[in-house]
Design a protein around this ligand. Structure first.
Ligand code: HEC
Length: 154
């Protein structure tokens, strides 16, 4: 095997591993590449832009969904498909971005937690919570009927 073939193979395996078991830093970099704040849509049925929130996430919130999440939410198809991602920006009452909360659906990752990979970051990407985060799972569990998702549900 030529060295570059081996290198490509290794990269491919890494990419596959990232798919099945992401890490929070990888997810952060991927989100940056996605430019989600410009390119993603908001939760179907919810007003566009920032809206008033409350504990625990923040006084002002803005939620972005990728296409996979958008289509599933629009047609009420729960659970969401693998690859669906929801990002929520959490702002303080005076408009400062405090942190970002993310859910990424990974098939088979954690059935007890809706197969979501949970992550929370500071605005500059420092990881606050990651993976099978008990805090996130414990509260979102009350929304199991809508695949652990609050937004857009009554
Ligand atoms: C005490 C309850 C509670 C905890 C703990 C909590 N959340 Fe949430 N989360 C909510 C509520 C309520 C909403 C809906 C907020 C809104 O948009 O009005 C929400 C919304 C979200 C959303 C947008 C999708 C949705 O469900 O509406 C994401 C993403 C999210 N949370 C991630 C996280 C992560 C990651 C953690 C852990 C670091 C976490 N949450 C911890 C209550 C909680």
């Amino acid at each position: 095997m030529k060295p570059w073939t081996a290198a490509l193979l290794a990269l491919g395996l890494l990419a596959a591993a990232a798919q099945t078991k992401p890490t929070a830093p990888e997810l952060w970099n991927w989100l940056a590449d996605q430019n989600f704040a410009e390119r993603w849509r908001h939760v179907p049925g919810e007003p566009e832009g920032k809206y008033r929130g409350g504990p625990p996430h923040g006084a002002v919130l803005q939620t972005f969904v990728n296409d996979l999440a958008f289509e599933a939410l629009r047609s009420g198809r729960f659970p969401l498909p693998a690859g669906a991602v929801i990002v929520k920006e959490n702002y303080t009452a005076d408009g400062r971005l405090a942190n970002l909360a993310v859910m990424r659906k990974v098939e088979g990752y954690n059935p007890e937690g809706g197969d979501w990979f949970w992550a929370e970051y500071t605005p500059d990407g420092r990881v606050l919570f990651e993976g099978k985060a008990a805090l996130c799972i414990g509260c979102h569990a009350q929304k199991k009927a809508s695949d652990w998702i609050f937004s857009g549900q009554d």
